[in-house]
Design a binder for this molecule. Structure first.
Ligand SMILES: NC(=O)C1=CN([C@@H]2O[C@H](COP(=O)(O)OP(=O)(O)OC[C@H]3O[C@@H](n4cnc5c(N)ncnc54)[C@H](O)[C@@H]3O)[C@@H](O)[C@H]2O)[C@@H](O)CC1
Ligand SMILES: [K+]
Length: 494
């Protein structure tokens, strides 16, 4: 599991740890990890550390201190290191002294911008601002970041790419774009959630001994292979198709029969023992998937299921959405609501449900439910997912480059929001969401909680797209077809 903690929590843990260590020890741990990462990158870009050209962008806080101490370590190994001080009078004094002792140089922002210093660098280290920052880069920091981006040197961000919001992943103004971010103690939300995540590049976590002081429950977590492997449903020796769970799919319309076929395609690969289809696209479904149990009497007459999926390709069929909510309410089984179903479902009915509900909007659908612009959802994904989960008292899977799964708060607080690490741009293809709804619905039917079904579904879905795409576009059906490969990879730990 990869966990991310809030700035407030990180600071509290750091205080506990620092109280037990000699002064400055923590910053030395951070600087040592940072210098090691810099040396590795220099090995690739400049051949070696000795004789390489390193530029440190140094702000006025401890983030700059980390950069200065790391720079001193590199200077001792023969790198030519210049620190560009955005606020010379406020730069970390111990770090600056260490850099000077090691033979490093200093420049003001104006000098750096007027010369070719940054353009000629092999490596730029961004120590402008870390967890102490708010808002986009201010003052002379913004043109420095721009120059670094244009220079084409490798950029390593210290703790966070400067200018992003640590706790939310928002980017509200100019921000550094890094190739690698070396972060300390724990991940922060900005390193996992877009748009900030995109600015971070690859992320390396340096252990500074913070773990014992961090609370058990993080703000955010990203499942890894081993976590998903533990959650994947496995049939026992005694299982028959009904015990494995039956998922009901109420999707598609005469206008959009394909959505039904794709949702069924996903559902057949999600671990349920059987898939029932209730809707007007039964012939299309059977033609492609003869193993489906098709009924043409609507959801009420479809027979028992352990979870329902409703909404993909539903068009304006509000009656079916209402019927599924009715039937699922009577049987007290989980419901996944996707696509058109999100717009058609009665919010009061959704809120008053007692069995789990999983809503799976993309940014546009989430925006419509929240009554805001799509851009607002895309720029503040975490807040949007949390807000929807509370408003609907339902688990919300907000699709996107970094898909989020947020559960509503319960008696013992709010479970960490899950962020899916397997997303890929290849997923942005028509019908991809229909496959996900079937897949996650099938996981719900096989007994996973809404939060687990959503996050395992998104994980498998992303991995399947990566497996299936391998450098070429893929269609939604290919994603469904690649799910068993993804499942095998996870189950076998490969
Ligand atoms: N606290 C600790 O124990 C440790 C902290 N470490 C480092 O210390 C950092 C936190 O240090 P600080 O609390 O001093 O804070 P930062 O160094 O992150 O930033 C604070 C400074 O940045 C300026 N600033 C804020 N927003 C800005 C913006 N948008 N544009 C330009 N300047 C801006 C502020 O005026 C302030 O002077 C961490 O991110 C990490 O790099 C590490 O050394 C590990 C140990
Ligand atoms: K930084």
């Amino acid at each position: 599991m990869r966990s991310a903690y809030s700035v407030e929590t990180v600071r509290a843990a750091e205080r506990e740890l620092m109280a037990r260590l000699p002064e400055g020890a923590l910053m030395q741990r951070a600087a040592a990890g940072l210098a090691a990462a810099c040396a590795q990158v220099l090995g690739r870009t400049a051949g070696r550390v000795y004789g390489s050209r390193v530029v440190l962008l140094v702000g006025s806080g401890d983030n700059g201190g980390d950069a200065l101490y790391a720079g001193a370590r590199l200077a001792k190994r023969g790198a030519g290191v210049t620190a560009v001080l955005t606020a010379p009078e406020k730069a970390h004094s111990g770090g600056l002294a260490a850099l000077r002792r090691a033979g490093g140089r200093e420049a003001t922002t104006a000098e750096a911008l007027a010369s070719r210093l940054i353009d000629a660098a092999d490596l730029v280290v961004d120590g402008i601002v870390g967890i102490g920052g708010h808002g986009g880069l201010r003052g002379s920091a913004a043109p420095l970041a721009e120059r670094a981006a244009a220079a084409g040197a490798a950029v390593i961000a210290v703790d966070l790419p400067s200018g992003v919001e640590a706790d939310t992943g928002e980017v509200r103004g100019p921000a550094v774009r890094a190739d690698l971010t070396v972060t300390f103690g724990t991940h922060k939300a900005a390193l996992l959630i877009d748009p900030a995540r995109e600015h971070a590049g690859a992320v390396r976590l340096v252990d500074i001994g913070l773990d014992p002081w961090l609370p058990e429950r993080p703000e955010l977590e990203a499942l890894q292979h081993a976590d998903v492997a533990r959650l994947l449903p496995r049939p026992g020796a005694e299982s028959d198709k009904y015990r494995r769970g039956v998922v009901g799919i109420a999707a598609g319309s005469t206008r959009y029969p394909g959505a039904a076929v794709l949702a069924v395609a996903g559902a057949l690969r999600g671990g349920a023992g059987a898939v029932r289809y209730a809707g007007p696209a039964g012939d299309a479904v059977l033609a492609r998937y003869p193993e489906t149990l098709v009924s043409d009497g609507g959801p009420r007459r479809a027979g028992r299921v352990q979870a329902w999926v409703v909404g993909p390709g539903a068009g304006d069929d509000a009656d079916t959405v209402a019927e599924v909510l009715d039937v699922a309410g009577e049987a007290d089984v989980p419901v996944l609501i996707d696509a058109d179903g999100l717009r058609l479902a009665d919010p009061d009915v959704v809120r008053s449900r007692t069995a789990p509900t999983l809503l799976t909007p993309h940014a546009g659908e989430a925006a419509a439910l929240l009554g805001v612009d799509r851009a607002e959802v895309e720029s503040a994904r975490l807040a949007a997912a949390r807000e929807l989960a509370e408003r609907y008292r339902a688990t919300v899977l907000l699709k996107g480059a970094t898909t989020l799964v947020a559960a509503p708060s319960g008696r013992d607080g709010t479970a960490p929001v899950r962020v899916n690490p397997t997303g890929t741009p290849w997923l942005a293809t028509a019908g991809s969401g229909d496959v996900l709804s079937g897949l996650a619905g099938s996981l719900l039917a096989s007994g996973l909680s809404a939060r687990d079904a959503g996050s395992v579904g998104a994980y498998l879905h992303g991995l399947a797209a990566r497996r299936g795409a391998v450098g070429a576009p893929l269609a939604a059906q290919d994603i469904a077809s690649a799910v068993p490969d993804a499942w095998r990879d996870i189950a076998s730990g490969s």
